[in-house]
Design a protein around this ligand. Sequence first.
Ligand code: EPZ
Length: 420
Amino acid sequence: MTSILIQGGQQLQGHVTISGAKNAALPILAASVLAAVGESRLTPVPWLNDVMVMLDLLQSLGAQVETDGVGTVFVRAHDLPGWEAPYELVNRMRASVLIMGPLLARLGRARISLPGGCAIGSRPIDLHLRGFVALGAEVKSNHGYVEASAKQLRGAHIYLDYPSVGATENIMMAATLAQGTTVLENAAAEPEIVNLAHFLNNMGARVSGFGTDRIEIQGVEHLAGAAQTIIPDRIEAATYLIAAVLGQGRVTVSPVDCSSLQAVLAKLRQAGCNIVSEQENTLTVLPTSALKAIDAQTMPYPGFPTDLQPQLLALLTQANGASLITETVFENRFQHVPELCRMGAQIRISGHQALVRGPSPLTSATVAASDLRAGAALVLAGLVANGQTTVTNAFHIDRGYEQIVEKLRALGAIIERIPD
Ligand code: EPZ
């Protein structure tokens, strides 16, 4: 267990390199077990705790997993004796549930420890399970596990009550080997889903419409391992854009797919951030005179991402005026607020809304990360707080940010990691 110490007030400048997207790598690694032949070669895979858990899960199922140590992962799943994601793995990483669709499609059965809730909400998987039932699976839950089985999945017309990212991914993966065509309405359209769909098609699947709210999957007989490039992490990139604004220097961020950050760039620029795109796949942050209060609400893609709400809140503590932030995706995603207030932020919560008054001079404090994005927000606040801030439970941050201490130090931050 470690903490991250940040000395506030340093100007940041230089270049930060963005890692492969965690939320693309995890479903793509899960999808690799759909291939009964061949080898999948995935790169760049971020070296994160959550990815380690997913690799452990694949190996526990019998897949052969190798890495080159610098971001490439090879998976061969010719024999797959295992069909269960045990409690101890799912408990470490709820995205383990993404193995369910591939196992059900490949083996006709899957047994997953029901993921519990987490800091940001109850996070049920009812939409995933209803999709499997629609594809012809029998689903039953007992003793904290959920089991799905089907002799042969059959294509279906499925409407998602909510554009759930994980449900879209799980159902899309399951449908690749179903008999017939599946249509998924009200699907999520995140860039990570597009990246997954490209991988599935490279494996021999026939997926179309991804990136829209209507995805069509024509089932095929089998899939083979394939190579896939993982997209850059848009949430990590946006986190460093905000760090650069707070650091008041000139910082370039790459690689980044600017088209996946339209809502984020619009909001940051509305707040007065000076962010330009001088080269392809690169964003440059220039010193900003004064930040202005804005209103924003989190929405499924292409709306403003919930995974950047805590970081935006930290930024808006330094903006002139009152900002109203509405969190529409998760029911409990303001756990960073009390910690920010302990640093001097003026934020009031009312239901799903946070009212942020600024600018507030922040003072250093010992604060606790409650989840990966809340932890990142506290690190950002530490960059501008007067004194040395200690962010404890840094393991939360390490789940989503590869080498955050090293990357910020390279920009000029005075930051270190110490044992808790
Ligand atoms: C993915 O989680 C991401 N994780 C999350 O990123 C991200 O915040 C979220 O999508 C929304 O963009 C990964 O991709 C590994 P959802 P997921 O299903 O799939 C409700 C991070 O910080 N819901 O789109 O779990 C759910 O409770 C993490 O990197 C149901 O009700 O998100 C939530 O309120 C955090 N029933 C809403 O939908 C279901 O069956 C959105 O959840 C599924 C979801």
